[in-house]
Design a protein around this ligand. Structure first.
Ligand code: ZN
Length: 329
């Protein structure tokens, strides 16, 4: 393009005008010429299953998207004005936001472990897509040796059973912290939290489907070579993290250490209404984010935007999340 002539005259140069006119003329002729027009491809009308795979040492980590949960951001304990500013800065609506629900398959080469299982049919139609994601990933539910729960909320355990309460992982042992097993088995807790009865209903259905295959662990117990549980109480009494390590490469599955990335990295003191003990959850979040930043750990989170894997950077008293790039191998 001849910039100088444009600047001089403020009009489109003749040569360009000729090209535009000849292009328009050619387009007008196309139907008459035949053979160059293409039919529009039909729209799919739905999202593809969410699968993301990466290597960790000799292990393979597959993030699996169960779907999303519409969440009112006012479940966060934060000044509404500040909340509005943080959401707007992240280009998020002030109303309900879509929070991802992620699960992670860890193949150590000897054992296939699944960290959390999504919601199944327990929380509505925006969730329960783990089976499709597993199919796309080529993972047969019968291959799963152990399901490792970060905690026993419905969006993490509901996917262990089908709509009829049947066990979807026929060979898997259910592993969870002994504190969570005790807490959600307690009739006293259930009576006190009658407004949240659904949590107890789903827990009981899952436990009965896996009767004889439930093995609770003590905080800090090694689950398998290269897989260690770490206590991270607050969100629930037995909320647990899993450190996955192979050949020096490490990934920390942090479960529900945080829920809303647009707010809780920059303001880690902000708690959420879903926590059993908000003060403890706040202290745990600071500890986990600080450790992840200091040790340059990869984290894998249940509710960060899919695949929910990345690094944490410290920024003064705040943190920032750096998602990992797509890895081809
Ligand atoms: Zn959750």
């Amino acid at each position: 393009l001849d910039d100088t002539s444009q600047q001089r005259t403020g009009t489109v140069p003749d040569r360009v005008r000729r090209q535009i006119i000849s292009g328009a003329a050619a387009a007008a002729l196309c139907p008459a010429l035949g053979g160059t027009a293409r039919a529009a491809a039909p729209l799919a009308g739905r999202q593809v299953p969410g699968v993301h795979r990466m290597r960790l040492g000799t292990f393979e980590v597959t993030a699996l998207l169960d779907g999303y949960q519409n969440t009112d951001p006012r479940v966060l304990a934060i000044d509404p004005e500040l909340l509005g500013v943080l959401l707007a800065a992240a280009q998020l609506p002030a109303g309900p936001i879509q929070i991802a629900v992620n699960a992670f398959a860890i193949n150590t080469g000897e054992r296939l472990l699944l960290i959390d299982c999504g919601a199944g049919t327990s929380l509505g139609p925006t969730l329960g897509r783990l089976p499709q994601a597993m199919t796309l990933a080529g993972i047969d539910p019968a291959q799963v040796d152990e399901v490792l729960l970060t905690h026993a909320h419905p969006d993490h355990i509901g996917g262990m059973i089908g709509a009829q309460g049947d066990a979807l992982f026929p060979n898997a042992t259910l592993r969870l912290a002994e504190q969570d097993l005790a807490y959600w088995s307690s009739a006293e807790n259930e009576a006190r939290e009658s407004a949240r009865k659904i949590r107890y209903v789903v827990f009981k259905r899952v436990l009965s489907a896996y009767a004889g295959r439930v093995r609770a662990f003590a905080a800090g117990e090694t689950i398998a070579p290269g897989v260690q549980s770490l206590p991270a109480p607050g969100h629930t009494a037995g909320h647990s993290l899993y450190m996955i390590e192979s050949q020096g490469a490490r990934l920390l599955a942090i479960g529900d250490t945080l829920h809303i990335n647009a707010v809780q990295f920059s303001r880690p003191e902000v708690t959420i209404a879903y926590d059993t003990d908000t003060a403890q959850a706040r202290a745990t979040r600071r500890f986990v984010l600080d450790r992840a930043a200091s040790e340059q750990l990869l984290i894998a989170a249940a509710h960060l935007p899919f695949p929910g894997i990345g690094h944490v950077r410290r920024e003064g008293a705040s943190y920032a999340f750096m998602p990992i790039p797509w890895q081809i191998y």
